[in-house]
Write a protein that binds this ligand. Structure first.
Ligand code: ZN
Ligand code: ZN
Length: 490
C-alpha cells in the first residue's frame, strides 16, 4: 500500500503539523471513502461518484445553514436562469426543502420557496428557449414566476412608469449626463429596454447595466412576493470572475456585498449564494451525474473574442489560470471575503442605478484625475428628448434650487418647483462604476448625434430619477434644518 502519508514520513523537510494535516490516501481508490474507484479529480483530490456528490451537497447545505442573517422559516425566492449553476441550485434546494423522513417534526429552513426567471430575451434573444426554462422550473414543484426584464420600466401595478431620457449630448463634457423624466412615451417597455442597453457603446457597460437591471428585477419580485431571502446561483468561478472584474472597474468599495455568503445590504432582504464554494466545473460534473437538464441561453458576448469586455477577458484569464493552478478560484474568493470597506458608514449613500454603496469623495476623486471639459466644445444635440416627450417642462430653475438642472448636490438652498420635471446631471449621484456606464452613454450618444442618428441614445428606468430626486430632497431638507440640529459632540 502506498500513501502520501508514508512518503511524507520519509521526507526531512515536512514538519509534524503539516504531516498530520495530510489525509491518508490509497492509490487507485477514492481519497474520501477509500472503497470505490475514483471518477472525479477535483483540485487534485480523487472522488468516487457518491463522495463527490456528497461533497457538493455538504458545501451547499453548510453555506445555507451557516447563513446567520437568514431567519428560520423565511420565504425564499430562487433566481433561475435555466443555466447549469441555477439548475443545480434548484435541484439541491428541492432536496433541502424536503421534510426529513427520520425527523418529521424538524422545521424546514424556508417556509416557502418561489422560483423567479428573469426573461432577458428582449435584449439577448433566445425566446424559443423560454418554454424549456419554464418546463424545468415547474417540474421542481415550486411556484414559477416569469418576469420579463422590461418590467423594470413599469410601476409595481404594471402602469407606465415613464423613463429618464437624455437632454442633449456633449462630446467635450464627459462628466455630465443630463436626463429628464418623461411621463409618457410612444416607446414600449421592450423598446425602452433595448434602447438602454444598445444606447451604450462598450460591451463592458452593456454587461454591467444588464446585470444591474436583472438584479433589480429579482429584488423587486422578491419584495413584491413578500420574500425575506433571495437565493442566487453564483458559483465560485463566477464569483471569482466578478471579484476581479469589479475591482478592475473601480468597484472594490462594494466588494463585501458581492462576495458575502449572505448579506442584508438590500433593505429587508437577505441575498444568499449557497454555491459560492462550488466550482463551475463541479457544477457541470454534478449535473451530468444527476442528469439535470439545462438551457444554454445566449449572452451579450456569445461568440465574441475574449477582449470584447472586461468580464469576458477576466473569465478567459481566470479559467486559464485555474487549469494550471487548481486553487486559484478558491484563493480569489476567500481573499476577497476578507476585504472590508467602509460601506456601512452613515455617510455612505446607495447608488440609484446598481443599489451598491457610493464611496465618499467619489466625485472629488474623479474630478482630480479626469479631463472633464475640452476647450473647443462640440455642439450638443437635443434630439432624443424631443422625440420622446409629450409632457415637458423646460423652465430652467435657478442654480440654487434643489431641482435645478446644474445643481451641485452640496449647494442647494431653496426649492421652487417639481423636481421630476427638471433635467438633472445624474452622474454625480452614482457610484464610480455606474458613472463609467453613463460616461460611455454620453460618448456613444454624442457620437451618434453628431452623425444624425437620434435613436441610439440611452434611456434609463424611472426609478433612477426618482431615487436621485428623493436624495436631492433629503439633502435640501438637511441643509435647511442644519443650523437647528444639535451636533452629537456638543
Ligand atoms: Zn468515495
Ligand atoms: Zn452604481
Amino acid at each position: 500500500m502506498c500513501s502520501i502519508e508514508e512518503e511524507i514520513q520519509t521526507g526531512d523537510a515536512e514538519t509534524p503539523s503539516i504531516r498530520s494535516r495530510r489525509r491518508l490516501v490509497v492509490e487507485g481508490l477514492c481519497h474520501k471513502c477509500k472503497q470505490s474507484p475514483p471518477v472525479v479529480d477535483m483540485k487534485r483530490v480523487m472522488y468516487c461518484k457518491t463522495c463527490f456528490k456528497e461533497s457538493v451537497v455538504y458545501r451547499f447545505r453548510g453555506n445555507l445553514m451557516r447563513a446567520t442573517k437568514i431567519a428560520d422559516g423565511a420565504k425564499a425566492l430562487v433566481a433561475f436562469s435555466g443555466g447549469a449553476s441555477s439548475r443545480l441550485l434548484l435541484h439541491l434546494l428541492s432536496e433541502f426543502h424536503e421534510p426529513d423522513p427520520s425527523n418529521l417534526r424538524k422545521k424546514r429552513k424556508f417556509s416557502d420557496v418561489l422560483i423567479c426567471h428573469v426573461d432577458q430575451s428582449a435584449v439577448l434573444g433566445g425566446e424559443d428557449k423560454e418554454a424549456e426554462v419554464r418546463r424545468i422550473g415547474e417540474k421542481s414543484g415550486f411556484p414559477y414566476l416569469h418576469i420579463p426584464l422590461e418590467s423594470i420600466f413599469s410601476n409595481d401595478d404594471g402602469s407606465d412608469g415613464g423613463a429618464l431620457v437624455p437632454v442633449g449630448f456633449d462630446l467635450a463634457d464627459t462628466v455630465t449626463l443630463k436626463m429628464v423624466h418623461r411621463v409618457t412615451s410612444t416607446l414600449s417597455p421592450v423598446a425602452r429596454l433595448r434602447r438602454s442597453i444598445h444606447g451604450l457603446g462598450k460591451m463592458t457597460a452593456k454587461e454591467d447595466l444588464l446585470h444591474h437591471f436583472t438584479m433589480r428585477a429579482l429584488l423587486n419580485t422578491a419584495r413584491k412576493e413578500g420574500c425575506n431571502v433571495l437565493i442566487l446561483g453564483d458559483n465560485a468561478t463566477r464569483m471569482a470572475i466578478r471579484i476581479l472584474a469589479l475591482t478592475s472597474k473601480g468597484g472594490g468599495f462594494g466588494l463585501p456585498i458581492e462576495v458575502a455568503g449572505d448579506t442584508d445590504w438590500f433593505e429587508g432582504l437577505v441575498v444568499a449564494r449557497p454555491l459560492r464554494d462550488v466550482l463551475s466545473k463541479e457544477v457541470a460534473v454534478y449535473n451530468q451525474y444527476t442528469d439535470l437538464d439545462t438551457v444554454v441561453m445566449p449572452a451579450l458576448t456569445t461568440a465574441m473574442p475574449a477582449k470584447s469586455s472586461i468580464d469576458r477577458m477576466t473569465e478567459e484569464f481566470l479559467v486559464g489560470l485555474q487549469r494550471d493552478f487548481p486553487m486559484t478560484v478558491n484563493t480569489v474568493v476567500r481573499t476577497a471575503a476578507k476585504v472590508t470597506s467602509e460601506h456601512r458608514a452613515k455617510t455612505v449613500m446607495r447608488c440609484p442605478m446598481c443599489g451598491g454603496p457610493i464611496q465618499d469623495g467619489t466625485n472629488d476623486w474623479r474630478s482630480g484625475h479626469t479631463v472633464s471639459q475640452l476647450l473647443s466644445h462640440a455642439p450638443s444635440s437635443d434630439t432624443t428628448s424631443e422625440a420622446l416627450s409629450s409632457t415637458s417642462n423646460t423652465h430652467p430653475c435657478s442654480t440654487s434650487c434643489a431641482c435645478a438642472p446644474t445643481v451641485n448636490p452640496e449647494s442647494t438652498s431653496t426649492s421652487c418647483c417639481t423636481p421630476a420635471d427638471q433635467p438633472i446631471n445624474i452622474i454625480p449621484y452614482l457610484c464610480y462604476p455606474c458613472q463609467n456606464i453613463c460616461r460611455d452613454a454620453q460618448e456613444f450618444g454624442a457620437t451618434a448625434a453628431k452623425k444624425g442618428i437620434d435613436d441610439a441614445t440611452v434611456i434609463l428606468p424611472a426609478y433612477v430619477g426618482e431615487e436621485i430626486t428623493m436624495r436631492k430632497g433629503r439633502e435640501w431638507m438637511k441643509k435647511e434644518i442644519e443650523e437647528f440640529l444639535i451636533d452629537e459632540e456638543d
